[in-house]
Design a binder for this molecule. Structure first.
Ligand SMILES: Cc1cc2nc3c(=O)[nH]c(=O)nc-3n(C[C@H](O)[C@H](O)[C@H](O)COP(=O)(O)O)c2cc1C
Length: 174
């Protein structure tokens, strides 16, 4: 289900000691959400279970970030990302997300889980302009070439800082 919520400028913040947890199957359909998730996103468990995680997708998020996320976890690696999420009432909340593969007893990936916490505000001051630039490039490129255009911007910012994605993100969160 694609998101039809109209975004507003109302922001909600996570508490220092709150964690948003969810699990998905291999296609990204939600199989578990904790209470904090339901509370901040404004959805009931029934509304969330079985839905694609893009139910939270905020239009300000560049596509290239999600491509990087999926490419990383599909290789069996964990991924870190700053994500702006859209709640059911149109408000938004930023998270620092860690997404991991879940393995079955045959050591095969049987799904993914994510734990998200309060992002460092200074990190968002760095990330937001980069995401804005990525989004502008993606919109100018059109749907087919959007991911490539967004990725090019991200890579050039990383190159300028002479740093790779993961150390950059982890360094920002501190
Ligand atoms: C475990 C897990 C957690 C995810 N959490 C989020 C999330 O909090 N917000 C979000 O927009 N996408 C999240 N995604 C990515 C979505 O599956 C999806 O790729 C993204 O929302 C972009 O949607 P789209 O591909 O339909 O444009 C998550 C994916 C996984 C596997």
């Amino acid at each position: 289900m694609k998101n039809r919520v109209t975004p507003s400028t109302v922001e909600h913040s996570l508490d220092h000691d709150s964690f948003i947890v969810s699990k998905t199957d291999t296609r990204g359909c939600i199989t578990y959400a904790n209470r904090t998730f339901m509370h901040i996103a404004g959805y009931s468990e029934r509304e969330l279970l079985g839905q694609q995680h893009n139910i939270l997708r905020h239009p300000d998020m560049p596509r290239a970030v999600f491509q990087l996320l999926w490419d990383t976890i599909k290789q069996g690696q964990e991924c870190f990302a700053f994500v702006k999420n859209l709640s059911k009432d149109g408000s938004f909340y930023w998270v620092f997300a860690n997404i991991n593969p879940n393995y079955d007893d045959k050591r095969e990936v049987c799904g993914y889980f994510s734990v998200r916490r309060m992002p460092n505000q200074e990190a968002l001051n760095v990330i937001e302009p980069i995401y804005r630039e990525m989004l502008t490039a993606e919109q100018a490129a059109g749907t087919r070439d959007a991911v490539a255009a967004g990725t090019r911007i991200l890579q050039s910012r990383l190159k300028e800082g002479n740093i790779e994605y993961e150390p950059f993100i982890l360094g920002l969160q501190g």
